[in-house]
Design a protein around this ligand. Structure first.
Ligand SMILES: Nc1ncnc2c1ncn2[C@@H]1O[C@H](COP(=O)(O)OP(=O)(O)OP(=O)(O)O)[C@@H](O)[C@H]1O
Ligand SMILES: [Mg+2]
Length: 258
């Protein structure tokens, strides 16, 4: 394990047991080391095991074989050290935006006063100031997803797992939120593991991109993205961005057909 490593997955496999058809191998022998502060994306065709790998890394699912370590300690991160954002914002409809963001503090029995101060900061950072007393149904899909991101950041996690958080949003909103996520990464220094189907999103955000292939899921290649930061709305049209996208698309196509 490298000196700067924060999360290490070693030979992780997962087989789901189904009643009708017996064991279903979803992941096979995945080994991956994530560096502290890294932005790492996972791409691959539908069903190749991205969510399974993310859930195992977050400790939400046990691997069938293989092991994990977080900061050199065996096992996944403690809930207190991590944030999770899923494809759907999963906000509680009967709680205001502020109270949704405060949920992790309640679950983890963290200091309420400090959490309230942090919640105000996070709502500002994610351009949600003014929505604190609103209910989720009063917000757009993009705003709801930003609330989910604010909630994931409440306890200053060292690592954040995001599973296609912007999959349901239109392209313009998605590009804006990618800039927000980049800001979050730059300001917090957190390690982020981000699952996406979207190649330009992966290139825009990542330090490295892990391409997975199916049958059963495994890592087919890892691409390093050497574009300078911060990346901006203009980055998408730069020749070096297009070239990086092309490289990742080739890797993705090979993974999808292998
Ligand atoms: N709880 C489960 N029980 C049985 N099989 C499962 C379960 N969850 C996932 N699978 C299977 O494991 C494989 C990997 O699923 P997973 O959800 O990890 O893929 P994915 O890459 O995230 O797909 P998508 O891009 O569509 O979200 C798939 O074949 C899926 O059908
Ligand atoms: Mg998935």
């Amino acid at each position: 394990m490298r000196e700067s490593a924060i999360l290490d997955a070693d030979g992780v496999s997962k087989s789901y047991t189904t009643k009708d058809s017996g064991p279903h191998p979803a992941l096979s022998n995945v080994s991956l080391t994530v560096a502290k502060g890294e932005f790492l994306s996972i791409i691959g065709p539908s069903g190749c095991g991205k969510t399974t790998l993310l859930k195992i890394c977050a400790g939400l699912l046990a691997p069938s074989t293989g092991s994990l370590s977080f900061k050199k300690r065996p096992g996944p991160p403690r809930p207190r050290s991590m944030g999770v954002v899923f494809q759907t914002p999963a906000l509680l409809p009967w709680r205001t935006v502020r109270d949704n963001v405060l949920l992790p503090a309640i679950i983890q029995h963290a200091d309420r006063k400090a959490a309230e101060v942090r919640a105000v900061e996070l709502l500002e950072m994610l351009n949600l100031a003014g929505t604190a007393d609103k209910y989720p149904f009063q917000l757009s899909g993009g705003m709801q997803q930003r609330v989910a991101i604010a909630r994931s950041l409440l306890l200053d996690p060292e690592i954040i797992f995001m599973d296609e958080p912007f999959g349901a949003l239109d392209a313009m909103t998605r590009e804006k939120l990618n800039i927000e996520v980049q800001n979050v990464h730059a300001r917090t220094g957190a390690t982020i593991i981000f699952v996406t189907h979207n190649i330009s999103e992966a290139v825009f955000l990542s330090d490295r991109i892990v391409a997975m292939s199916a049958g059963p899921g495994r890592i087919s290649s890892i691409v390093t993205v050497d574009l300078p930061r911060p990346r901006t709305a203009n980055s998408y049209v730069l020749p070096e961005f297009r070239e990086q996208e092309r490289i990742v698309r080739d890797v993705f196509d090979t993974a999808a057909t292998s």
